[in-house]
Design a protein around this ligand. Structure first.
Ligand SMILES: CC(C)(COP(=O)(O)OP(=O)(O)OC[C@H]1O[C@@H](n2cnc3c(N)ncnc32)[C@H](O)[C@@H]1OP(=O)(O)O)[C@@H](O)C(=O)NCCC(=O)NCCS
Length: 169
């Protein structure tokens, strides 16, 4: 039988599952306090996916407010900090569903731009982000501790609506 994922907002009680998945799936690991802070402050933009009641993936994001200018405050940006799906549940569309849910929550909180960093060698993630409408904005040389470079990828609401207008013509 095909499994489905239930995506919901992450809660503080999910923290140990999130940390376990993070350590299993990524070399970029953070302290308990870091995860606690993100979930406490930005839980409204953090998502987990559950299959049969078990957390199998997460996407954590935060809001970043730009400095104010003379003409007022511009919109906050969303920053995807970390996302992962456990190996046994990959390539089933679950990562996409978890990301979409988190992006929607960021948009509901006034964000019109979302960005993230990804290893240039991480084909799976780069492809998933492209399918979600992100584009490679620039390369950040030697971004990671081991010296690997990152792509900074960005999704923009304006760019998205321009694309759909073009498609409608
Ligand atoms: C990146 C990751 C979250 C994707 O999760 P997922 O649930 O497997 O992704 P999806 O099934 O939603 O895949 C969506 C699309 O991404 C692309 N994709 C996913 N895995 C891929 C792979 N191994 N190779 C190439 N493309 C891949 C495909 O285009 C796929 O669409 P398709 O299945 O219709 O071809 C998962 O591979 C992961 O947890 N990796 C380790 C952690 C990580 O790298 N996180 C990102 C850090 S920036």
């Amino acid at each position: 039988m095909e499994q489905s994922v239930t995506v919901r907002l992450a809660e503080l009680s999910d923290i140990n599952d999130i940390i376990k998945i993070n350590r299993l799936c990524l070399p970029e690991n953070y302290s308990f306090d870091f995860f606690y802070r993100i979930l406490s402050e930005y839980g409204f933009a953090c998502a987990v996916g559950e299959v049969e009641g078990k957390v199998i993936g997460y996407a954590l994001s935060r809001l970043e407010r730009p400095f104010s200018t003379f003409i007022g405050l511009s919109a906050s940006k969303g920053h995807v900090i970390s996302i992962a799906v456990i190996p046994s549940h990959r390539k089933k569309g679950f990562g996409t569903q978890i990301m979409k849910y988190g992006m929607q929550k960021l948009i509901e909180h006034g964000v019109d731009t979302i960005y993230l960093e990804v290893r240039v060698s991480n084909v799976a993630a780069v492809e998933m982000y492209k399918r979600l409408g992100f584009y490679i904005k620039r390369e950040f040389k030697h971004y990671y501790r081991d010296g690997e470079s990152a792509f900074v990828m960005e999704w923009g609401r304006k760019q998205e609506s321009e694309e759909s207008e073009e498609a409608e013509v």
